[in-house]
Design a protein around this ligand. Structure first.
Ligand code: AMP
Ligand code: GLY
Length: 421
């Protein structure tokens, strides 16, 4: 098969790595990819948000299947566009992608289908939102409705900061809007829970826990993710059943009731309290860096699995996992998540030992004249799988130190809730 993967992050490199191992693969394109995907695929500089251009490229190169990594093209309807052209594509359509594209859409589904989530209110004016906030219990959570690259959520300790968040959102910080979501602050521990669906049936696709804050001990600003481990230490049979019955099944029913089906990965962002799950958010794709930590544990052929979803034949697939644990530490450019230098060379990457249990997935990197340059905030993902997360973490840290990269930093405490307790 000829495959194209859309995206340029660590998630897409991890997907490309799995796909490249499939005996079904003839040719792999990454649009646009990064320095890591360049070693296993053909990188193509193409703006895939120009759907016409993308469609033409796929047709001209006789690509059999397109795999969509990030959320934005999904929310913008890339799947509908390609499907209408008769191109096979893995990812949810525009209607289903509202699960990530609109937090209010998801909250309304939670309300209608009785899905456990934080209590919430939807406000159409600054005045009403401010009035509500004066009496609300703090901390309180204020959210922009649409995609905001992880920045549209404000956890507010007092009325003043909550009002300020409302003002910023209504002033158009994340695009023009006339609606805002305010919700109860949930106590508990977070977990990322994944399923894969072909529209007829779905299967569990492992769990992970990521660390979103930039600083050790989960402090400081939110980032795209500083590291993750899999499986989550919180998962157990009873919790699994509750997540499926109370959250996942009613959500797929809601999507079906809208007259569409859901094909692709679904990322269920949960808060767990007293072994009970509450939905925090949906993402309509794999997580990043969860994907980088989960996929190395997969025992079966990812391409076959994804293709079976496109052919609505997931029922007959058996998804097997290595009986191991996985940890991923993200190396970032100094200054991230604020401003950082671009186009800085990363030395010594060729010295990093990679084997069946150790992987380096690139994110914001570029290969120029045989040298690797950091071009993004999150740059490299170091992954190790073993029976012991502590051993894996030590190994990964040793490898990162071998880079001797002065322009980068990383968190040494990924997995601390489970490793260091
Ligand atoms: P989201 O973009 O909705 O995933 O929110 C980003 C992060 O904000 C989540 O991963 C949580 O850490 C936090 N968060 C969002 N909503 C809530 C809530 N209602 N209570 C507590 N934390 C929340
Ligand atoms: N790791 C969080 C996300 O992918 O949205």
């Amino acid at each position: 098969m000829k495959i194209a993967i859309l995206g340029n992050g660590g998630r897409e490199h991890a997907i490309a790595h799995q796909i490249s191992k499939s005996p079904k693969l003839n040719k792999l394109y990454c649009l646009p990819g990064n320095a890591g995907t360049k070693l296993i695929a053909e990188n193509v500089e193409l703006d895939f948000y120009d759907f016409e251009k993308l469609g033409n490229f796929v047709e001209e190169n006789k690509i059999n299947l397109v795999i969509v990594g990030p959320e934005k093209p999904l929310v913008d309807g890339v799947v509908d566009f390609l499907t209408n052209k008769g191109i096979k594509v893995f990812g949810p359509n525009k209607t289903s992608s509202q699960l990530e594209g609109s937090k209010i859409f998801t909250k309304k589904i939670c309300e209608k289908y009785n899905i456990p989530t934080a209590q919430f209110g939807i406000f159409n004016s600054v005045k009403d939102a401010h009035k509500y906030l004066e009496k609300a219990i703090k901390p309180i959570v204020v959210k922009a409705d649409g995609l905001a690259a992880g920045k549209g959520v404000y956890i507010c300790e007092d009325t003043r900061s909550a009002k300020n968040a409302v003002d910023e959102i209504f002033n158009g910080k994340f695009g023009e809007t006339n609606q805002i979501l305010i919700e109860e602050f949930l106590q508990g521990e977070e977990m990322s829970y994944f399923v894969i669906s072909d529209g007829k049936t779905f299967k569990k696709f492992n769990t992970a826990q990521d660390h979103k804050r930039v600083g050790e001990g989960d402090t400081g600003k939110n980032t795209g993710g500083m590291g993750a481990y899999s499986p989550s230490g919180l998962i157990n049979k009873e919790l699994d059943l509750k997540i499926i019955e109370k959250i996942v099944k009613p959500t797929f029913k809601a999507i079906k009731d809208l007259g569409v089906t859901y094909k692709g990965f679904l990322y269920v962002g949960l808060m767990i309290k007293d072994n009970n799950p509450y939905l925090v958010e949906y993402n309509v794709r794999m997580g990043d860096p969860e994907c980088q930590t989960i996929l190395p544990l997969l025992e079966c052929d990812l391409l076959e699995l994804i293709n079976s979803c496109c052919e609505e034949n997931l029922q007959n697939q058996i998804i097997e996992w290595k009986n191991k644990k996985s940890i991923c530490i993200v190396v970032c450019s100094n200054g991230y998540p604020d401003t950082y230098k671009k186009n800085v060379e990363i030395p010594n990457l060729e010295k990093i030992k990679i084997d069946n249990n150790t992987f380096v997935y690139h994110a914001g990197t570029q290969l120029i004249d045989n040298k690797i340059y950091a071009t993004g905030g999150r740059v490299l993902n170091f992954v190790s799988i073993s029976n012991d997360l502590k051993v894996s973490r030590e190994l990964v840290i040793k490898e990162i130190e071998n880079l001797k990269w002065k322009n980068g930093f990383y968190r040494k405490d990924i997995g601390f809730r489970i490793i260091d307790k």
